[in-house]
Write a protein that binds this ligand. Structure first.
Ligand code: NAD
Length: 328
């Protein structure tokens, strides 16, 4: 049985990835600062530990064939674009990556997957919301718009340096806004799809929701199951990347909110308020991944958003129920 380690197994993508690897017959060890928030981990073994500590990482990689390095100090725009968390984001995530690749190399891990991000792409190519450029070769000269993006770029280079010098097998994907059930949906680290679903679920029909900026900023969003299919195919391929794993179905944030309202069957006003925004436009460019490994998303955004809305709405209902019983 092949043995996989998932760093960040208590997080959104990591907890889903553990489940997927188990379904494929892997023996899985997960490591994270915390257990998954919304369901039991599917991992056979789960260490609660801090991957900034080298001795924890040494224990984690012991006896492992494949490492999936997803642990990072991260969040949505409300966390990474305000500037308040820059030092932590850079220090924590870089330390995790330095430890993982070094300990993994020493333990003779066979293959590494590293989750980079669309946030590495230069801001100058993402000012036109209708025509953002995010082809893999546009990453340099580098100019990410956040320290989160700079750390991701550094760590991409770190894995490729180890691959070059120590002949490790490395696969690097640049994720573009992954979403789905069991993702953070409140508290400041949530991403746009979960935040929009929560606002729509909380608002009474005919009410109002707030959107940061004018809502004309564009993005694309990839449903979690599609992301995992891309990750697994990349890992099984001979292609190292870095390569985009995202959707090419670009929407404005207003459009995303309207889609969520349609799903919920509610009519709501959108009030635009100031807030952290990130780049003006961003879309995945899937030409390279399609050419190299033949992967592309199989479903439209609305399919994944419907499942996500239903899940977020159930969380909102349970939170309200808990509050009501606490007050009674
Ligand atoms: P997440 O925040 O849900 O998961 C990250 C996990 O890492 C968390 O559970 C956190 O507790 C853990 N972690 C952080 N510091 C740690 C430490 N010192 N020791 C042990 N565990 C630690 O995020 P996610 O959405 O699941 O993202 C997974 C990876 O994919 C991250 O590297 C992220 O940067 C990358 N990524 C995600 C997206 C997205 O849209 N979700 C987009 C681009 C890139």
């Amino acid at each position: 049985m092949k043995r996989a380690l998932v760093n960040g197994a208590g997080g959104f993508i990591g907890s889903h990835l553990v489940r997927r690897l188990r379904q494929e017959g892997y023996w899985v060890r997960g490591v994270d600062l915390k257990y998954p928030e919304f369901s039991e981990t599917a991992a056979q073994e789960f260490f609660v530990g801090d991957l900034r500590d080298f001795s924890v990482v040494e224990k984690a990689v012991d006896g492992i064939d494949d490492v999936y390095q997803l642990a990072a100090d991260m969040g949505g725009a409300g966390y990474i674009f305000t500037g308040e968390h820059d030092a932590c984001v850079m220090h924590n995530s870089a330390t995790i990556n330095l430890n993982t690749v070094e300990a993994g190399h020493k333990a003779a891990v066979k293959r590494f997957f590293y989750s980079s991000s669309a946030c590495i792409y230069p801001e100058r190519n993402q000012t036109d919301p209708d025509n953002p450029i995010c082809s893999e070769d546009s990453a340099y000269p580098a100019a990410p718009d956040s320290e989160y993006g700079w750390e991701k770029l550094f760590s991409e280079r770190l894995y490729f340096a180890y691959a070059r010098n120590y002949k490790l097998e490395v696969h690097v994907a640049r994720f573009h806004n992954i979403f789905g059930p069991e993702g953070t949906w409140q508290g400041g680290r949530e991403k746009a799809p979960a935040a929009v679903c929560r606002k729509v679920a909380e608002a009474p029909d005919g009410g109002e929701i707030e959107i940061w900026g004018d809502g004309q900023q564009t993005r694309s969003f990839l449903y979690i199951d599609e992301c995992l299919e891309g990750v697994r195919r990349l890992m099984e391929s001979r292609f190292s990347g870095p390569v985009n794993i995202g959707s090419e179905e670009m929407v404005t944030i207003n459009g995303l909110a309207e889609m969520a309202m349609r799903i919920a069957g509610k009519k709501l006003n959108i009030r635009h308020i100031p807030g952290p925004l990130g780049v003006r436009g961003r879309n995945s460019d899937n030409r390279l991944i399609s050419k190299e490994i033949g992967w592309a998303p199989s479903q439209h955004l609305e399919v994944g958003l419907t499942k996500t809305y239903q899940w977020v709405a159930s969380q909102v209902r349970s939170a309200r129920g808990a509050l009501a019983s606490a007050n009674s």
